[in-house]
Design a protein around this ligand. Sequence first.
Ligand code: ZN
Length: 450
Amino acid sequence: MFIGIDDTDSAVTGMCTTYLAAEIMLAFPELDVIGHPRLIRLNPMVPWKTRGNGAVSLELGKGEGERFPIAMINGRIIYGHEKKARNGNVSMKDAEERLTALIDKWGQMGDEKTNPGFVITEERPPEGLFWRAVWEVITVEDALSYLPEGSVYKGFKNGRGIIGSSASIAWNPKHDRTYEIIAYRSPERWGTERDIDEASVIEMDRRFPHTFNNYDYANRHIAISPNSPCPVLCGIRGDDRKELIPALEAIRGEEKDRWTLFISNQGTDQHILDAVIGDIKPFSSYHTHGTVSSRPERIEGGHIIVSMKDRGYEAYCAAYEPTKGFRNTVSLLRPGDEIEVWGGVSDAVRNGKLTINLEKIRVVGAADIVEKIANPLCPHCGKRMKSIGKGAGYRCSVCGGKAGEDEAKFRTVKGEERIATGYYEAPICAARHLSKPLKRMSVQNSVAFL
Ligand SMILES: [Zn+2]
């Protein structure tokens, strides 16, 4: 059977849905886990998400074939199994009771944004459910319409957790997948400051080449560790699951009480839809292209915005304040630059245009810019002339002689002198869980920061 669970966490009171993967394993001691537990991220633009919009699911049964470590709980390694040999002897009804008890124990019901749910199915729902839940804003009824007959589900409060629970089961790893090993703290430490040795994170980052988003060198920030009061000590992401246990062991600091090794869609760009600017809509995320159509401006809050156009449609692109040095790159764009951008769109409208919240950009072509370097010299007295006004030409303050706009001295700045073509991404400290890091795109010519 497949079990999905979602939205038990709270940014305010702590807790983390991923913690429940281990609790589910403990609640079904007579069953094996088939494959890896899943940590699936869904549409980051959903307005009511709790933090990372992540849902967890597992397949339980009697396993066979290759065994691989998927968790360490109470000092004991738990193994996942390559294949299911047969169903286990737990009824849907029994499973429902055990999961209800888990939510009663762990769900952060006091937080108005926390709306837990779980789903139990005998078969995976169609993959289309996952794609809708990562691209769109869907309802509980939408999600339920995909569930196979005989599925059991339960929603608490408004029950939105049912959406993630079922979408997590529906996800198909064949398109792309990563892994994350998440280590948890002993319960008595929850809510206290975390003790993680920064040097050991940097060493680990260098030793394990298939891990990603470990350390933000530009901002000197440990990216494997959250700041919330939740039970997570740290999480290490990577493409090679065999690297992740030794990578976690390399982290020095407080004791790791338990860990779970998830398969995930983090770092895959699965939230991104390819579209032209004219087709982008609020609450989805896009990869689109166009020509820069304004000079970048700094707006209130330290954000940088610039507009881009394609076939008569225009949108703003924004590098928000938390993206730090990435804003410097966006500030270098000029009208005429050809760019591709990746990012989410909210429902905010500025000057009639939607705004793409930039996760990364690719400068495809940098325009040559003609810039004025000096006012003209007076042909009579050789004195540098003064501008009369924008577009109105120049006048000599000594003899009153006049000159046109085009008599000033200009030079052409080659596009590549201003900004190199290639990919640029928001720093790790501001990266979305789903954003594919440039490291995973096998891009060699990237310059992440200027
Ligand atoms: Zn003069």
